[in-house]
Write a protein that binds this ligand. Sequence first.
Ligand SMILES: Cc1cc2nc3c(=O)[nH]c(=O)nc-3n(C[C@H](O)[C@H](O)[C@H](O)COP(=O)(O)OP(=O)(O)OC[C@H]3O[C@@H](n4cnc5c(N)ncnc54)[C@H](O)[C@@H]3O)c2cc1C
Length: 333
Amino acid sequence: MKIAIFIEKNPVTGKLRDVTAELSAKASSLVEPFGGEVVGMFAGDELPVNSDDLFSSGLNRLVSFSEKRLMDSHTIAIKNIIEKMILSEDPDIVLFGATSLGREIAPLISSSLKAGLTADCTHLYIDDFKDKGKILYQVRPAFGGNILATIISPDSRPVMSTVREGVMKVPESMNKNEIKSEDFEMILQDNWFINDFLKILPKEKKVHFNRSDIIVAGGAGVGTRENFKLLSDLADMLGAELGGSRAAVDSGYIDKSRQIGQTGAVVRPKLYIAFGISGSIQHRAGMDESSKIIAVNSDPKAPIFHISHFGIVEDMKTIIPVMMRYLKEDLNG
Ligand SMILES: Cc1cc2nc3c(=O)[nH]c(=O)nc-3n(C[C@H](O)[C@H](O)[C@H](O)COP(=O)(O)OP(=O)(O)OC[C@H]3O[C@@H](n4cnc5c(N)ncnc54)[C@H](O)[C@@H]3O)c2cc1C
């Protein structure tokens, strides 16, 4: 039995997507009782920097096509390369991650190869089916999750499935297979490159206020995005989460998900450091139960000082570099 898996790279980090190792481990457990191999198929600008790690999660062989021009947006090119690889490898089963790219190319390939495709599988297993011998059983939620449907494609080959990230688990310890990589030969055509991304931006970091002991927050008084970057650097040094007032959100300094207050998040960290925040009643509603509050404000009459345990009357632009210098000295012993 041969199972092929689609290898994907995170274009921002250059590393393998987690789902790739998950598919590899699942494919390895599916072929194990029958003997056979798990083959990875990659098409992109260059291999993920950690592609050898796949041989520790069940992969037996990696077939790859790397070409500088190839980006995730070139779905037609990637689809054509992967389809050619499938035709050349002739696997029984092909697994894709249910990522944006996997979801786009898997149906194109399955319709081109007239193969069955089941999306968003939550469980996969091999069993007998009538006179067809061993086939893949694909389980997925249906009718809004009210039933689990088991889907088979006994009359088409290969059988294709997509699986969401995090659904299949990689066992803690797996034997490392010998690294076997092969380059795939193919001539690309210019009309496969009809669309392009101008830039790939990393996603805004998820906000975890409730996991942070320290929150560094800024308000309208921070003044500019560049100054907010200083706050963000300070937060990184402290291992803190970054937050802000509604005025900071309205000024475009931070994302709405980071707003603290009556119409934002309610937080109770061990330490809340407020820079350039006046301390309106609506802001206080989200942070006044913090164990310790330090406020930095150039106006000594700012209401934030009524609830702060330590107050610094000063321009935040003067205070932040001083704090960072002390922290650096502290961190360097
Ligand atoms: C229904 C409703 C819901 C709301 N919900 C929220 C909410 O969830 N969260 C929230 O925050 N607000 C909320 N607001 C808005 C709230 O009323 C205030 O407008 C807002 O909190 C003010 O934000 P701020 O303190 O950053 O700005 P400001 O009130 O403008 O204060 C800026 C402060 O920065 C100081 N400052 C200026 N320059 C410097 C400097 N260089 N260094 C140091 N300090 C400086 C100033 O002295 C001033 O005190 C809500 C309002 C309404 C009506």
